[in-house]
Write a new protein. Structure first.
Length: 288
């Protein structure tokens, strides 16, 4: 297993009148090459969880083992965790600061002790992995790039440290539709072709439906469901009870069903919904 979490608890302001249980007895396994979507309403525990997986937070109770190492151990140097787990927070382009793209991407590996030869190799590979032309952008100021390109540079800076696990918190937030698609396809490529384990936190159910292999659902600090997208999105009422929605494609199918149209509401992606609707119109045309 890539990640093993057992009986994880986190209490903020423990022992005070402001004490708050953000995570309660959370346990799960994530495989080395999985693409996991993490969903839940604001305050459900998603952000607290991901900050534990690269030890930005330590648990109140419980263990987290990443690639065989207990990362809750204070004896494990932080640079060893950075080599295992990379995390990209929302709007990472706001953290760009160097004068060139190359220097920005090189900052992380330089600070955790990679050699100059390794840094040069990792920077080039990482820039190309996120779909940018290395020669075209390496000497550019990151501030001259488009919003989507800046975000890809920020992701490349994390990838240059060669993590086996990449955690992304709303990576497509605020981007136009084209930028959103480019970012998500780049992330899927990292998972499918490079084999990096992806944990994607998102409020966009369509992104999770289209790209994740499995989905974690958090509610009030608890992991209430961990299954395939088909099973997670099968019960709209269950999700709505936690202030969550279903993907747009499934929502359209359920609306058509409620209007009396004989459609299968099992498809949960937009592509699946379109295919289902077209098949019904084709069947109707064939009978005419």
């Amino acid at each position: 297993m890539s990640i093993e979490v057992r009986n994880l608890y986190h209490t903020y302001a423990q022992g005070t009148v402001f004490s708050f249980d953000a995570l309660k007895d959370v346990s799960f396994d994530v495989g080395a090459h999985d693409f996991i979507g993490i969903i839940g309403h604001t305050g459900s525990g998603k952000s607290t969880l991901i900050q534990h997986i690269n030890r930005l937070l330590l648990p109140t109770k419980g263990t987290i083992v990443v690639n065989g190492k207990d990362i809750t151990s204070k004896d494990l140097p932080m640079k060893e965790i950075c080599k295992r787990v990379g995390i990209v927070f929302q709007y990472p382009e706001q953290q760009l600061f160097e004068e060139t793209v190359y220097k920005d991407v090189a900052f992380g590996p330089k600070n955790i002790g990679f050699s100059e030869e390794e840094i040069e190799k990792n920077v080039k590979e990482s820039i190309e992995l996120v779909g940018l032309d290395y020669e075209a952008v390496k000497d550019q100021s990151p501030f001259d790039l488009s919003g989507g390109q800046k975000r890809r540079v920020a992701i490349a800076g994390v990838l240059a440290m060669k993590p086996k696990i990449l955690i992304l918190d709303e990576p497509a937030s605020g981007l136009d539709p084209m930028g959103r698609e480019e970012i998500l396809k780049s992330i899927k490529k990292l998972n499918a072709e490079v084999g990096i384990c992806i944990l994607l936190v998102s409020h966009n159910m369509d992104d999770v439906a289209d790209y994740a292999d499995k989905v974690m659902v958090f509610n009030k600090g608890e992991l209430v469901m961990y299954d395939t997208p088909a099973k997670v999105f099968a019960d709209s009422a269950f999700l709505e009870g936690m202030s969550l929605s279903v993907p747009q494609g499934k929502k359209v199918l359920e609306m058509l069903r409620d209007k009396g149209m004989d459609v299968d509401t099992a498809p949960y992606t937009s592509a699946g919904a379109i295919e289902e609707i077209l098949s019904k119109f084709k069947a109707k045309a064939d009978k005419a």
